[in-house]
Each structure stands twice: as C-alpha cells, then as structure tokens.
Design a protein. Structure first.
Length: 159
C-alpha cells in the first residue's frame, strides 16, 4: 500500500499500516504544546499493528497497545532551521536499525519490556527524528527487518 502526503511517500509492506498527519497547531504557551504561531510539520506513524486513531506525536496511545512482536516507527519533522545542524548532521533516512541501537532508556515513557531508538537526520533539506519503539526488546532481530524495509521504501521530497 502506498502512503503519500506532505512530501513524504512510503510503500507499506503487507501487515503494516501508517498515517501521515500534520501536528496540531499549538493554542497555548506551554512547552509541551509548542509555540504559538509555530508552523505545523508532518508526523509519520508506521506500524506492523493496527494504529489507534488517537496517537500522540511520539506514539503515545499506540505504544500502550503494542504486543511483543510489534514495532512502531515515527518520523517527526522539526522546523527548517534545524536541517543540517549538528544534531541533524546525519544525511538520509536511517534504513539499518540494529538491535544494539535500542534501549529502554530511549523511550519517551518507560513501559516494561519495550525499547526505543532515536536517530536524527536531514533529508531533502528537512530535519527529522526517526523514533522507533519495539514492543519487546528481545524481539528486535525478528521485527527490525520489516522496520528497515519500510524505512528503505520511504522518500522525502524538498518542501
């Protein structure tokens, strides 16, 4: 299945689903909500399990329903001013995630057994964080080939 929006395209393998949405425009001044007047950027959620309709930017809601063999990939776009900075110096979508890149300490919110990984990168002049969550760290070798294939099929165009 092909998924395309906001200059991001991917071909999902069988059994995967995904959404490409724009972050909600912040209405408050809290740091968690963003900055008023902020230009909303795309957020991509890709998973080998059914995605709940209500999900946070970094997968809250989805990580809560993950089983041991599930994997969630989030591509979170940052503002144009971040592209190419030291944090985003890596070039290109990461396509070779390995089990040793994952840790429970990399999760946005600790859930027993889960592990996460964050890779910051610039592609087509756009800055992203690839945040990936494993339903069970021990299943990494089994589920990462699907995540890597999905990331390999993802293309980002300039804005």
């Amino acid at each position: 299945m092909k998924l395309q929006a906001h200059g991001i395209t991917t071909d999902l393998p069988p059994g995967w689903e995904g959404r490409i949405t724009l972050r909600a425009t912040p209405t408050g001044v809290s740091r968690a909500a963003g900055t008023p007047g902020e230009i909303p950027n795309p957020v991509v959620h890709l998973a080998n399990f059914p995605l709940p309709e209500n999900r946070g930017d970094y997968g809250s809601g989805a990580v809560d329903v993950m089983t041991d063999t599930d994997v969630l990939v989030v591509l979170f776009e940052f503002g144009a001013e971040s592209a190419g900075t030291s944090l985003f110096r890596r070039s290109g979508v990461p396509t070779r995630l390995t089990p040793n890149m994952f840790s429970p300490n990399a999760l946005q919110r600790a859930i027993p057994g889960q592990a996460g990984c964050q890779v910051f990168f610039t592609e087509a002049g756009r800055a992203f964080c690839c945040y990936t969550v494993l339903g069970r760290q021990a299943a990494a070798a089994r589920v990462l080939p699907g995540a890597n294939a999905t990331l390999s099929a993802t293309r980002i165009s300039p804005r």
